[in-house]
Design a protein around this ligand. Structure first.
Ligand SMILES: *Cc1c(COP(=O)(O)O)cnc(C)c1O
Length: 378
């Protein structure tokens, strides 16, 4: 038996069709037909004011930091339990990152610990919807509004997820998505910057096009284009967008398949996990997740290590996830805040089971079976 952790999904026929069509248009650089189709998809299906495709979620986060004019001395609050890009994007602008703990029940930022970290220098709160499960956006937006601080949603894992019926990525000033091959919809490497405040749109187009007003030029709004601002190359090829589009048009089917696998795990494992005090990460009545990943929280790191080995011996690849950024090699000596016990707990104890599109029922049953036999042996 050999069950990989992730298998990137591509509908080869559809992808080939769109990529061939893209090439036949004679325009394969950015901002072509498929770029616009992908952006429109986000705007019309998720209610985003303006969506701009980027080469990664990392780039969308970097663009957010530039658009918010983040500079040295500014403080940005975010969870420690996240991917490095959440933090790096703001570090690159010279900001001071202020790490906040996770909830005890899930790795999302603990909204009750944000306000004590706010100072007169706080410019942004970056929230991460871990596993596509929503953060408490009511509370977070109310703190942000009270102190006039911007909110950026790192929604890398959260395509199609909702909070109280509204799509994630549409609450903050910016929402950023990833189409890395590990995410629900992917094009290998790719991202989307969702802008929910009209006033940032024009500058975002410039920053994405190396600091030039080329987008306005192609729309005939200016008669020549040139260097007008800072920027970088954040616009992917239209071929990448064509591949992404082949997944967006099938997103309902992709989500159905993930939901089926996720629920199969859940109902297969719930009783055993409950009895032994092992937590399954899930959503609740305010958060409607996108089944991005299936994770268990083991009682301690030793049990997790033993579980990973046990599953590997049966040919099943499971993995842990983020390691607290405040304890990372890069940041540890720059960190002067409190202990972040929940962040560390998830770093040590969380484990993810394989989850990808179109998993077979027999693979799912085999994984459930082995997971139960491990837990019962504890
Ligand atoms: C995947 C991920 C990213 C990075 O996405 P890229 O598209 O690879 O840059 C950022 N933040 C979180 C929370 C992620 O899961």
């Amino acid at each position: 038996m050999n069950i990989v952790f992730n298998k990137p999904y591509v509908n080869t026929n559809l992808a080939n069709k769109y990529i061939a069509d893209c090439i036949s248009t004679g325009k394969i650089s950015g901002d072509g037909k498929y770029t616009k189709l992908c952006e429109k998809y986000f705007e019309s299906n998720f209610g985003v004011t303006r969506a701009l495709i980027t080469t990664s979620c990392t780039d969308a986060l970097e663009m957010s930091a530039i658009l918010l004019d983040i500079k040295p001395g500014d403080e940005v609050i975010m969870p420690s339990f996240t991917f490095v890009s959440t933090s790096n994007a703001f570090i690159l602008r010279g900001a001071t990152v202020v790490f906040c703990d996770s909830n005890a029940f899930n790795p999302n930022i603990d909204e009750d610990k944000i306000e004590e970290l706010v100072t007169k220098n706080t410019k942004a709160i970056v929230v991460v919807h871990y596993a596509g499960v929503a953060c408490n956006m009511d509370k977070i937006m109310s703190i942000a509004n009270k102190y006039n601080i911007a909110v950026v949603e790192d929604a890398a894992q959260a395509i199609c997820s909702k909070y109280k019926g509204k799509y994630l990525g549409t609450f903050g000033t910016f929402g950023t998505f990833s189409f890395h091959e590990t995410k629900n919809a992917s094009c290998g490497e790719g991202g989307m910057l969702c802008i929910n405040d009209e006033k940032y749109v024009a500058r975002a187009e410039i920053i994405r096009e190396k600091g030039t007003n080329r987008a306005a030029f192609f729309r005939g709004q200016v008669d020549k284009y040139g260097w007008v601002d800072i920027g970088s190359s954040y616009l992917p090829s239209d071929i990448t967008a064509a591949l992404l589009y082949s997944q967006l048009v099938e997103l309902d089917e992709i989500q159905d398949s993930r939901r089926l696998s996720w629920l199969t795990y859940y109902y297969g494992l719930a009783i055993t996990c409950n009895k032994s005090g092992i937590k399954i990460l899930d959503d609740n009545y305010t958060s409607h997740s996108n089944y991005h990943l299936f994770a268990l929280v083991m009682p301690n790191e030793n049990v997790r290590t033993a579980f990973l080995k046990y599953m590997k011996d049966y040919g099943i690849m499971c993995t842990f996830h983020f390691q607290s950024l405040h304890k990372s090699k890069y940041f540890a000596d720059k960190y002067h805040g409190k202990e972040l016990v929940n962040s560390d707990m998830f770093s040590n104890n969380l484990v993810r089971l394989p989850l990808y599109n179109n998993m077979s029922e027999s693979d799912l049953c085999y994984i459930i079976d082995k997971t139960i036999s491990f837990i019962e042996s504890l």
